[in-house]
Design a protein around this ligand. Structure first.
Ligand code: IMP
Length: 176
């Protein structure tokens, strides 16, 4: 997609604010009294995570895990690699994985397997964007922000070659 350019806005800043608020309220209701640990998946989910936790008015802790699933340039490599690990054990904890997007599902299913092996009390998933048409492995999602068609998106944490993460909305990236 070299020579690509920003296309139409798929999710505006106002829509993001409203939906992240709704997700936060639902999570707060479901996890009241549980003191969950929210595990943000780097790098893409850091913006979503920052906004989401401010919309969850209950006791919670946060941690981050870094995975690399796309060769740079946006093509799926099919291989998932752990590039930075959690800072704390999660044994016996209620874990909510906070991910930016589920595309083929390979990254999230790898992560779930990896974290399950550490014996948490329970693992759930909160995903901002679901690209359901592209799924290769079945995966259960507990909280979903938006379902989008099979287009490549950038902004609000989503990047192309490391760029565009700082846009306050989600836009389609078009081939020029
Ligand atoms: P999956 O393993 O195919 O589900 O891919 C998940 C990862 O691919 C996400 O964490 C993103 O980093 C990346 N990804 C998938 N689709 C897009 C997109 O449209 N824009 C930016 N990154 C994407």
């Amino acid at each position: 997609m070299s020579g690509s350019r920003l296309g139409r806005i798929l999710v505006s800043e106002a829509e993001l604010n409203a939906r992240v608020g709704e997700l936060g309220r639902a999570i707060a209701r479901d996890y009241a009294g549980e003191s969950p640990i929210l595990v943000g998946v780097l790098q893409g989910a850091f913006l979503f995570m920052a906004d989401l936790i401010r919309a969850i008015p209950i006791d919670l802790t946060t941690d981050f895990i870094g995975v690399s699933s796309y060769a740079s340039g946006g093509k799926p490599s099919g291989q998932v690699r752990l590039v930075s690990d959690l800072s704390m054990p999660i044994e016996g904890r209620q874990v909510l994985i906070v991910e930016d997007i589920v595309d083929t599902g390979l990254t999230l299913s790898y992560l779930k397997r990896n974290l399950e092996a550490r014996h948490p009390k329970r693992i759930q998933t909160c995903v901002l964007v679901d690209k359901i048409e592209r799924r290769q492995v079945e995966i259960e999602l507990d909280y979903v922000g938006f379902t989008i068609p099979n287009v490549f998106v950038v902004g609000y944490g989503f990047d192309y070659g490391g760029l565009y993460r700082n846009l306050p909305y989600i836009a389609e990236l078009e081939a020029a």
